[in-house]
Design a protein around this ligand. Structure first.
Ligand code: SAH
Length: 372
């Protein structure tokens, strides 16, 4: 073999077509066949691709590979939520969470190892920023989840109907790799999801929101968490760079570019911090007359945090005030918190935490290497 093999996982259609043409002298439809094998059928081995000629498969083995991250552990929550820890290197891992509901299956994926945004209420912030994930590492999370879910699912029903970038990392800080991954999620030869079913959640990187509006329309969720700059500066430090008066116009612009589809604002409910009736009224003023939805997230505790979750009655009252002002607000159901898979509880350390879990947790199933 000469040089490094190219990982075909994560090559958007146009790039894959260019690759088969330039490196293998093959027609574009070969790229389409390959995509079907990789994403629809979950193949990782060229030998299994029975409708490709033997010598083409041999050629592919020389110059290409399909490599996915390695699963370190899998945990299953009492509510059916599943969490996989994927190895990135000796020390670091990332986490991917599957949330089954009666009418859909949502996969919550990571975009970075760690995160640099430093939000005070998020467990991922505590580990700092390590690196961006590659396109293959982002798409690989879906590939692996689909394989694992198909193995345990009878009838072949579609397990993953929605993908959300609400795992570890700030997706817009890894724009270069996140956008090609989203194209594969929406490609009909990839995961064939509609734009509404792919959600990018951001802490508010304003220039990238404008860029995304031009280049790749997916559902947008914005982590607002506070109705004024003073409080938001403290909770979401990126606000000092891109304050609310810059962030909201970017969101309204995004809505305009999307033919009026709404933006979802996430709002974590922190006891005594951002959950007062006055905060709800301030929020309602910000949202007035806009196509916005508020998603209230009960805070999920993690070791070492100084925050507490707002009581259920406080959250309900906050929601009622918003609704009374004509703002659509819902409360997110907490899922998978018994396996630390809930929002903001993901902190991928392969060492220590995993070793503790492997022995201690009831549902932990240690997994070894993935065949490639
Ligand atoms: N970086 C992206 C994705 C973060 S995770 C973003 O900031 O949007 C998805 C959501 O969970 C975000 O709204 C995030 O603020 C929220 N979150 C983080 N920590 C949390 C915690 N401990 N409890 C509840 N929600 C949390």
């Amino acid at each position: 073999m000469v040089g490094e093999r190219v990982n075909l996982l994560g090559l958007p259609r146009a790039q894959l077509e260019a690759f088969v043409a330039q490196r293998l002298g093959a027609k574009p439809f070969r790229a389409r066949q390959l995509m079907k094998w990789i994403y629809r059928r979950g193949a990782a081995d060229f030998s299994a691709m029975s409708d490709l000629a033997q010598d083409f498969r041999a050629q592919l083995r020389e110059v290409a590979e399909i490599t996915v991250p390695q699963i370190v552990t899998e945990q299953v929550s009492s509510d059916g939520t599943r969490k996989w820890m994927l190895r990135m290197d000796e020390v670091q891992g990332i986490e991917t969470v599957y949330i089954p509901e009666p009418d859909r299956g949502t996969l919550c994926i990571s975009s970075q190892v760690g995160c640099a945004m430093d939000c005070t209420f998020c467990a991922t912030a505590q580990q700092g920023f390590n690196r961006n994930l590659s396109v293959a590492e982002i798409v690989g999370q879906v590939w692996l989840a689909q394989r694992e879910l198909t193995e345990t699912r009878a009838g072949g029903a579609r397990a993953i109907t929605n993908i959300v970038f609400m795992g570890m990392g700030e997706p817009l800080a890894n724009y270069r790799n996140v956008v090609p991954a989203m194209r594969i999620f929406m490609d009909d030869l990839g995961y064939d999801l509609s734009r509404r079913r792919v959600t990018l959640s951001t802490s508010g990187l304003v220039p990238q929101i404008y860029k995304l509006a031009e280049e790749c329309n997916v559902a947008l969720a914005v982590s607002l968490h506070a109705p004024n700059d003073e409080l938001r500066n403290e909770l979401v430090p990126i606000n000092r760079k891109h304050p609310i008066a810059e962030l909201l116009p970017a969101c309204w612009h995004y809505i305009d570019q999307q033919n009026g589809r709404s933006v979802t604002f996430e709002y974590v409910m922190l006891d005594g911090v951002n959950d007062k009736p006055e905060h709800a009224r301030q929020l309602a003023r910000l949202m007035q007359g806009r196509r916005a939805k508020l998603n209230l997230i009960p805070f999920n505790v993690f070791p070492g945090t100084r925050y507490r979750r707002s009581p259920a009655a406080v959250i309900a009252r906050f929601r009622d005030i918003l609704n009374d002002h004509g703002v659509i607000a819902t409360t997110r159901k907490t899922r998978g918190d018994d396996i630390e898979a809930a929002c903001g509880q993901l902190a991928g350390k392969v060492t220590d935490r995993t070793l503790v879990r492997l022995g201690a947790k009831l549902h932990s199933t240690p997994r070894t290497a993935v065949e490639t």
